[in-house]
Design a protein around this ligand. Structure first.
Ligand code: NA7
Length: 542
């Protein structure tokens, strides 16, 4: 990606040894830097982008917007920050979230500890010195006692392996690394591939501009209206005391959000009452739709009632019944793949300049210099936009050559499914922490709440080690094994296994491994705190 601005070089003493190296300057890395520096640790953050922001730095495609409400999807660690920053919309768009993170970096004087435009290529544990030796693509070697991977859950984007893709002579874009100056699609024939959250956001925007838009859809997704609104500038959207209480509730809640959980099953009420409830949450907008009843993610029959409600809505909006049918998700439970929020998405398929290609019935055969050929047709295109998702949860970790205490490679070990105790540390890799790693609530929670919880836990842990002059902490294999069993066991109680989704990783023999922890943010916090209170049970400290 092109540089956006001249990087502000870090001005901390240009040392090559620190207490902590943090990889990544998104929501996680900034929070960790602030907290650890406040505790007196020397910290260096290494960031690949030419600015801070992580996900929100790279994903600057038109329509990019958070699908969690801005009042909740923001830091709670500073009351002053919370008081000063006014979100302008219910769901902040990418530019506003990026400005927020830049503001945080300036306000807490973080830039001086961040080295931008630098990628960590390897992290090798040194047995004798018990230090991490980190190398960058600039040829630097930096050492640190501790290393924190704040590399994000959705950072390494993927492309289809369509034959001939590299022969296409038009422009190629990825939503995940969008050109900072934007793209003008006027007069162009554009193909968009992928109908996950990113595709659903970008498609209505491109349709407004392009001469023709061809949407290549593999699996239709469930999407519910976002119902975005502006917050009036003059009035704070929530009182200070109310905000503090809502934050506390979120920290203890199952998903990390302000909303209370429903107590009723969808099957306890009659169909009129159920329909009215679905309708009221549909009108309100947001993923809260899945909280209409308490068993939508556990009971297939309950789930069917919600799924059928959404299917009917799609048929109401999309005027051509054949197109509506192609857009209608079937064969997996609503919510088992990430529920998308839409602003004018379904309606976009009523436009004359938009065509939908159902790749399940019409697979791509090849790509040529002028466009995409399926088994039925050739679509001539000037531009191709890929919104085809990420090597989720582990891609950015595996992109680094990480070697543990026995010289073993994490990339190789994790090719058999990721392994981490509490999603925080992997056995064999002392002093290497993962922020929102696999096995923690991460992507199945309000991730900012989960980031803050991890940062608190890790910083307390580092404080504990410092007080005792301890050098290393490492997860034990036994604790890791039993945690992985627990993560798997809980996922099996839900409807998540019924869908193919990026929540799953694969083992070498093709077995699926559910990666996020779905036992709840509050329960997970309690477990982590209890482990710490018991002197870091399941970890060995030396
Ligand atoms: P997602 O949700 O992983 O969506 C990727 C989309 O791309 C999805 O529709 C995929 O279909 C499709 N896809 C992936 N590979 C292919 C190939 N080879 N051919 C055709 N279509 C393909 O990524 P997003 O960026 O939209 O969203 C990720 C998260 O970012 C989101 O959950 C929010 O948290 C923000 P599939 O469903 O796999 O059949």
């Amino acid at each position: 990606m092109d540089a956006i601005e001249t990087p502000r070089a870090s001005t901390d003493a240009e040392g090559s040894h620190f207490d902590v190296i943090v990889v990544g300057a998104g929501f996680g890395g900034l929070c960790a830097l602030h907290k650890l520096r406040e505790m007196g640790f020397s910290v260096r953050v290494i960031e690949a982008g030419s600015g801070v922001g992580g996900t929100w730095f790279w994903n600057r495609y038109p329509g990019a917007r958070c699908d969690n409400e801005s009042l909740e999807y923001s830091y709670s660690f500073s009351n002053e920050l919370q008081r000063e920053w006014r979100w302008t919309e219910r769901y902040a768009a990418q530019p506003e979230i990026l400005s927020y993170l830049e503001h945080v970096a300036s306000r807490f004087d973080l830039y001086r500890s961040i080295q931008l435009q630098t990628r960590v290529t390897s992290a090798i544990y040194q047995r004798e010195s018990r230090m991490w030796r980190v190398e960058t693509n600039r040829g630097q070697v930096i050492t640190a006692r501790f290393c924190i991977l704040a590399t994000g859950n959705l950072s390494v984007s993927k492309l289809p392996d369509w034959p001939g893709l590299d022969t296409f002579e038009g422009e190629v874009f990825r939503t995940a690394t969008w050109p900072p100056g934007g793209v003008n699609f006027e007069g162009k024939r554009v193909g968009v591939v992928g109908t996950g959250s990113s595709g659903i956001q970008v498609i209505p925007q491109i349709a407004k501009q392009a001469k023709e838009l061809v949407v290549f859809q593999r699996t239709p997704n469930f999407a519910v209206p976002a119902n975005n609104w502006s917050h009036p500038k003059e009035v704070a959207p929530i009182g200070e005391r109310e905000y503090a209480a809502a934050r506390e509730h979120a920290r203890r809640s199952p998903l990390g959000f302000f909303s209370p959980l429903p107590t009723q099953s969808a099957l306890e009420v009659d169909s009129d009452e159920r329909g009215a409830r679905f309708e009221s949450l549909w009108q309100r907008g947001g993923t809260i739709f899945l909280l209409s009843y308490n068993d939508l993610l556990f009971n297939q029959i309950s789930n069917d009632t919600a799924a059928e409600f959404v299917r009917r809505k799609i048929r109401c909006v999309v005027t051509n019944p054949q197109i509506a049918e192609k857009l209608t998700p079937r064969g997996y439970p609503i919510g088992a793949k990430r529920l998308c929020l839409e602003i004018n998405y379904y309606n976009t398929f009523n436009r004359d300049n938009v065509e939908l290609v159902d790749l399940l019935n019409e697979p791509v055969v090849s790509v040529g210099k002028n466009g995409v050929t399926t088994n039925r047709n050739t679509y001539a295109l000037d531009s191709l936009v890929f919104a085809t998702g990420f090597d989720a949860m582990t891609g950015a970790i595996k992109a680094i050559d990480i070697r543990g205490k026995n010289g073993q490679g994490l990339r190789d070990e994790w090719s058999n499914g990721p392994r981490a105790y509490l999603g925080l540390m992997s056995a064999g890799y002392p002093n290497l922490f993962l922020l929102t790693g696999p096995g923690s609530p991460s992507v199945l929670s309000n991730v900012v709440v989960s980031i803050e919880q991890h940062v608190e836990w890790i910083s307390n842990c580092l404080g504990y080690l410092r007080e005792r002059s301890a050098n290393t902490i490492e997860a034990t294999s036994a604790a890791e094994d039993s945690w992985l069993d627990h993560v798997h066991h809980i996922a099996q109680q839900t409807l998540f296994p019924k869908a193919k989704s990026w929540y799953y990783g694969l083992t070498r023999d093709g077995r699926r491994v559910f990666m996020p922890y779905i036992g709840g943010v509050g329960a997970y916090r309690e477990k982590c705190d209890q482990v710490a209170r018991a002197g870091y049970e399941g970890f060995s400290i030396s």
